[in-house]
Design a protein around this ligand. Structure first.
Ligand SMILES: *Cc1c(COP(=O)(O)O)cnc(C)c1O
Length: 397
């Protein structure tokens, strides 16, 4: 295989919608926590496809699951029919969480939109006709479709596409008094990320999540945890909220679920499931046997206690390494497990660009935060090398 780097970039510029800015190299293959471009240059990957590739690249177990899934010949059969991997994945997700039922989606945004529909349906079934509003928070990111975007309070993302889904109100993240003030009996669901990702890597406080649980209960509203980015091992517990002693009524997951294949899921309590009836919600591709077979492998692997303990240990190690950088540019280091944000007194964009030159993939979270969301299988040596490179870059700034 020989890729002509310039031709690929030229074709993208000519034919691909220009909504992304991409750096001037073409990724060709990956192994472990490293990806290689078409010129053979290696990049240590601290992005993992934005918290997707939890098992890195060319993982033997993932590759075997893909081969098995292909072997059956059933990539897809539609939700008109039963398949074994679909049922098994739902069972696995329920057995490893608070949930009683699962519904599959394709992306994080559509998992959240499904959750909003379920919450409205639940309120209707309780006899509350005009209980349809959603309470969301500052700095949240829930997706780019009309409903999930309405719950993502960023002017730049929302303004060009108005009107969005009506009925979303906002309160300040990690401020319980603000949430209490914004609450009303028209709110059918509160949605929150236990650890905000895109918004800048802000973990929720225990008091905040516990307070939201009580607030939802007092108002007969559902509590939705968006764990699309922080869920499934990344925080060092299988579910990010497990560190908080609070359980939601609905949980959404997506990014890491099939280690790179597109899939999302909505996990829910029985009372929510009871409100949804045949024909109420559907998707053509979601939960197909190919993707769910691979996801079964991922959930099994990631939920091993040793795997999670390793994530916690490496997360703490990364925090220490970053603290030891002692850079005057670093204002705060936040996170949990292997979702870590380094807030700087300078813009994160130029740091990410310098990283490309030095062979490391980093991603920002908001204007001033460099985010680490590497494969959960990254080694301590690789983390040390990543922190070292960031230190070098910061010294040059
Ligand atoms: C990425 C993300 C989404 C949206 O997921 P898509 O698959 O891009 O639609 C929703 N919520 C959170 C917390 C995310 O990080």
């Amino acid at each position: 295989m020989s890729i002509n780097t310039q031709e690929v970039i030229q074709n993208e510029q000519n034919y691909v919608l220009g909504v992304y800015s991409r750096p001037p190299f073409v990724l060709e293959r990956g192994a472990g926590s490293t990806v290689y471009d078409s010129e053979g240059k290696a990049y240590l990957d601290c992005v993992a496809g934005i918290a997707v590739n939890v098992l890195g690249y060319s993982d033997a177990g993932v590759n075997q699951a893909i081969a098995e899934a292909a072997e059956s010949g059933l990539l897809h059969v539609s939700n008109l029919y039963h398949t074994e991997p679909h049922a098994r994945l739902a069972r696995q997700l329920c057995e490893t969480s608070f949930a009683d039922k699962v519904h599959f989606s394709l992306t994080g945004a559509d998992a959240n939109e499904g959750a909003f529909k379920f919450a409205r349906r639940y309120a209707r079934e309780q006899g509350h006709e005009d209980k349809y509003e959603i309470l969301a928070f500052s700095n949240a990111f829930h997706g780019r479709l009309f409903g999930s975007l309405a719950a993502t309070p960023r002017e730049k993302y929302q303004q060009p596409f108005q009107p969005l889904m009506p009925g979303v109100r906002f309160a300040e993240f990690n401020n319980l008094a603000s949430a209490q003030a914004a609450m009303s009996d028209k709110v059918c669901a509160i949605i929150v990320e236990p650890i905000q990702g895109e918004g800048g890597v802000y973990p929720a406080s225990q008091e905040f999540l516990q307070g939201l649980r009580a607030l939802a209960d007092q108002n007969d509203a559902l509590l939705i945890f968006d764990e699309v980015q922080c869920g499934l091992g990344r925080a060092g517990t299988l579910w990010a909220h497990q560190g908080y002693g609070v359980e939601p009524d609905i949980l959404t997951v997506a990014k890491p679920l099939a280690a790179g294949l597109p899939i999302g899921a909505i996990l829910m309590r029985q009372k929510v499931a009871d409100a949804m009836h045949k024909g109420d919600h559907a998707s053509t591709f979601a939960g197909n046997p190919f993707t769910t077979h691979v996801a079964n492998y991922v959930v099994k692997r990631v939920s091993q206690p040793e795997f999670l303990a390793d994530v916690r240990e490496k997360g703490e190690y990364l925090m220490e390494l970053l603290a030891e950088l002692n850079s005057p540019h670093v204002k705060e280091i936040r996170g949990k497990g292997l979702i870590v944000g380094v807030e700087l007194d300078i813009e994160a964009g130029p740091i990410v660009n310098k990283g490309y030159e030095r062979g490391i993939l980093l991603v920002s979270a908001g204007p001033n935060v460099v985010r680490f969301v590497p494969p959960l299988t990254i080694t301590k040596e690789e983390l040390a090398s990543a922190a070292g490179i960031l230190g070098d870059i910061l010294r040059e700034m």
